[in-house]
Structures are given as structure tokens and as C-alpha cells.
Write a protein that binds this ligand. Structure first.
Ligand SMILES: Cc1cc2nc3c(=O)[nH]c(=O)nc-3n(C[C@H](O)[C@H](O)[C@H](O)COP(=O)(O)OP(=O)(O)OC[C@H]3O[C@@H](n4cnc5c(N)ncnc54)[C@H](O)[C@@H]3O)c2cc1C
Length: 303
């Protein structure tokens, strides 16, 4: 630990509760939770971890993340709060992946650059959005992407053009061993009226349908088909309002599982198993997780 601390110039937190870094407010301690200062610092950290055989995990702002109560035995690296450079020139956007998606969306809207306005209200960093191919109300982050820059576990930089990565609904084919550090986009210039209309449709839809007053990680499962929502299936299985400890399948949106205050990861995992079991029995459909999980045994989410 001392040697690792000496390597890192950025912010270093030891035995850091991940509950402080997830939108669920859930998760046990990470052995080390590190925000590297810059690319050089990140490279040194990754090389040190690789040479010392310490596992590393990348996170953004934890808004799509369920972390086990037992925590994470390794180094958790986030670029949020340090890799926050955003540069917009004409319709070209360059952003480091610690930039909050909401900031990027607002800066584009200000300049009448269209493409991301339907994602207003999606929490998280650009890094998380790229991995998840985050999207809302018809728009996806990959739609206007040109290229990304990543760093490997040996601290080397690599670039990928958008055609080298597969993107589909809440899926990207990025290599799990590479941390995305920046991305370039070409947005579309349009009028303020067009953008404002899409933006307000998205904001209203979100307020109407989502339990935004409570802690959650957004949708727990992927929709099995574009016209078949996971929330509809969970609702039809009669599960709205089902509780495990302080966790609940939301009455407002059955694909949102909410933390009323002291829910544990085990509580959420229990609800996941219940939803999967009931939906399988009733509709013969196996729901696939949209949220990412860290620190669990493989079978925890299988009914
Ligand atoms: C109230 C609410 C509403 C939501 N609505 C939507 C919605 O409408 N649409 C939608 O798509 N999502 C939605 N989400 C989910 C979430 O906001 C998105 O998935 C978001 O893009 C996650 O970003 P993050 O920075 O929090 O990523 P995290 O949750 O921290 O991480 C997500 C994944 O990305 C990886 N990752 C993060 N940063 C990097 C990086 N730099 N390099 C490599 N890997 C990285 C992590 O390892 C993890 O696998 C919602 C969540 C909440 C709480």
C-alpha cells in the first residue's frame, strides 16, 4: 500500500466505502479508490498495478453500478473530477471522459449543436456513457462519436475510430482492460427551436415516468425487445412495490429498484432474483442486467 501511495499524485482514498460513490448509495469498501491527476499519473498507476498483480476496476460516477456489500479487493480508478477538459469548436466536441454527460449536453445545447439533447437528465460521466452506450428518447451517445482514446494496463495510449467499436442498445465492445480517457464527436448544427423541443420532451418524459426522488441506478434490466419493456414485464408479473429490506421495486417504474435509505447490495440482488424468476415463469423471458456489478460471485443474480 505504501509503495502504491508513493506512486500516485492524484487523490488516494484507502478502504473507501463505495456507497459514497454510487447513485444507489450502496457498496462496501474498495481497497483503494484513486482519482489519478493526469495521463502520466494514470499510466504510472496502471503499470504499477499490472507489475504488482493488483486487480484494477474502472468506474465513472457509479450511476449504473451495484457494488457488493463485501466491497472490492483491488484498485478502483475513476477519472471523474480530474479528466474534465471539454473543448467545443464549431461542431467538433472533444471531451475527457471524467466530464459529466449533463455538462456536455448543456454546452452543446447552448451552441445549437444537436445530438445529445434527448440525453438531458442521464446522470454519469462521459466514460460511463460510452461503455454503456447510454441513450434516451431515441438518441444514443455513439450516434455522433468519431473516435476515442484509451489507455492500456501497460500505460500505453491507443486510438479507436468509431467503426472499430460495436455499439448497440446499452452495449459497446470496448476492451475491459482499457480505460477510455477522451472522445471526439461531430455534432449537427441546427436551430434552437428543434433542440428545445427534443430537450423538453425528454425532460418531461423522465419526470413523468421515473422515481427521481429516490436513489437508484436507473433501469436494472435491458428491455428484451425495442417494443417490450422490462418494466412492463415486471409490472405484469405483479412485482411493483415488492421489498427486500430497504430496497423496493418502484411503484412508479418497475425497472427502477430504489433504496429507501439503508438497503444493501444483497437486498437489490434479492429483488433481481425475484424479478428474473417471476418474469421467466410468467413470460418465458430471461431478463438481462443493464446495470454493471462489481465484487459479486457469478451466481448471485441467478434465481
Ligand atoms: C435516475 C437515473 C436515470 C438514468 N437514466 C438513464 C437513461 O435514460 N439512459 C441510460 O442509458 N442510462 C441511464 N441511467 C444509467 C446511467 O446514468 C448511465 O449508464 C451512465 O452512462 C453511467 O455513467 P457513470 O459515469 O455513472 O458510469 P458507472 O456507473 O460508474 O460505470 C458504468 C460502466 O462503465 C465503466 N466505465 C466508466 N468509466 C469508464 C472509463 N473511463 N473507461 C472504461 N470503463 C469505464 C464501468 O466499469 C462500468 O462498467 C440512469 C441512472 C439513474 C440513476
Amino acid at each position: 500500500m505504501a509503495e502504491l501511495k508513493a506512486t500516485v499524485k492524484g487523490k488516494f482514498l484507502e478502504s473507501e466505502p463505495m456507497s459514497k460513490h454510487t447513485s444507489y448509495g450502496i457498496g462496501g469498501p474498495a481497497w483503494a479508490y484513486i482519482t489519478p491527476k493526469d495521463k502520466h499519473d494514470l499510466g504510472n498507476l496502471l503499470r504499477f498495478a499490472t507489475e504488482s498483480d493488483i486487480p484494477v476496476y474502472f468506474v465513472g460516477s457509479g450511476s449504473n453500478l451495484l457494488v457488493a456489500d463485501e466491497g472490492i479487493d483491488g484498485i478502483v480508478i475513476t477519472l471523474g473530477k480530474s479528466f474534465t477538459h471539454l473543448d467545443i469548436s464549431n461542431n467538433h466536441v472533444y471531451a475527457e471522459t471524467g466530464v459529466m454527460l449533463g455538462r456536455m449536453v448543456k454546452e452543446c445545447i447552448k451552441r445549437n449543436l444537436s445530438g445529445l439533447e434527448s440525453m438531458i437528465g442521464v446522470p454519469g460521466t462521459l466514460g460511463g456513457a460510452l461503455i454503456m452506450n447510454a441513450g434516451a428518447f431515441g438518441g444514443e451517445i455513439s450516434n455522433y462519436l468519431q473516435k476515442v482514446e484509451v489507455m492500456t494496463l501497460t500505460g500505453d495510449l491507443k486510438n479507436y475510430s468509431v467503426d472499430e467499436i460495436d455499439f448497440s442498445y446499452r452495449h459497446s465492445s470496448f476492451n475491459e482492460d482499457e480505460i477510455i480517457i477522451s472522445a471526439d464527436f461531430e455534432m449537427q448544427e441546427t436551430t434552437s427551436a428543434v433542440i428545445q423541443e427534443k430537450r423538453s420532451l425528454a425532460s418531461q418524459g423522465r419526470k413523468k415516468n421515473q422515481p427521481l426522488r429516490f436513489r437508484s441506478a436507473g433501469s436494472v434490466f435491458k428491455n428484451p425487445k425495442p417494443d417490450l419493456a422490462a418494466g412492463y414485464l415486471i409490472d405484469q408479473a405483479g412485482l411493483k412495490g415488492t421489498r427486500s429490506g430497504d430496497a423496493e421495486i418502484s411503484e412508479k417504474h418497475a425497472n427502477f429498484f430504489i433504496n429507501h435509505g439503508s438497503a444493501t447490495a444483497n437486498d437489490i440482488a434479492t429483488l433481481i432474483r425475484i424479478a428474473r424468476k417471476e418474469v421467466k415463469e410468467k413470460f418465458d423471458i430471461i431478463l438481462e442486467l443493464e446495470i454493471k456489478t462489481l465484487g459479486f460471485d457469478k451466481d448471485v443474480f441467478t434465481p
